[in-house]
Design a protein around this ligand. Structure first.
Ligand code: 5GP
Ligand code: ZN
Length: 117
């Protein structure tokens, strides 16, 4: 069921504390932790604690939780004193999504190119 923890989901395991992560922020509904393979000086993943496959599924299922995730990206950027930063939701395998528990990448601390690859 949408929102329920999935046994085979890496990020549900991080939420449950079964896999360690460097957690930078936690709220009632979200967790933010450093990416294991950082692509910028700041590379933090913000996830809802509830399992949703991707950004589209989250937006469809729970607008309030969607807003919680977006608000936390701002909080992460503030904590790392980022004036400019990028928020990315890879959505679907063709866009580079590899973990199917929705996550916002917060990237900053270096110059960014546009368009992205
Ligand atoms: P995606 O490719 O789905 O947009 O992003 C998945 C992200 O999760 C990647 O940036 C990858 O480095 C990160 N990641 C994968 N496994 C782990 C893990 O066990 N711990 C942490 N902290 N990040 C992970
Ligand atoms: Zn999950």
């Amino acid at each position: 069921m949408a929102g329920e923890p999935q046994d085979d989901c890496l990020f549900c395991k991080i939420v449950a504390g079964h896999i360690p992560a460097t957690i930078v922020r936690e709220t009632e509904t979200t967790v933010a932790f450093r990416d294991i393979n950082p692509q910028a000086p700041t590379h933090v993943l913000v996830i809802p604690k509830a399992h949703h496959r991707d950004a589209a599924a989250l937006a469809e299922a729970d607008p309030t939780l969607t807003a919680d995730v977006l608000r936390e990206t701002k909080a992460v950027a503030e904590e790392d004193k980022l004036e400019s930063y990028r928020v990315v939701f890879n959505t679907g395998p063709g866009a580079g999504q590899t973990v199917f528990h929705v996550h916002a990448h917060v990237l900053g601390g270096r110059g960014m190119q546009w368009p992205p690859g």
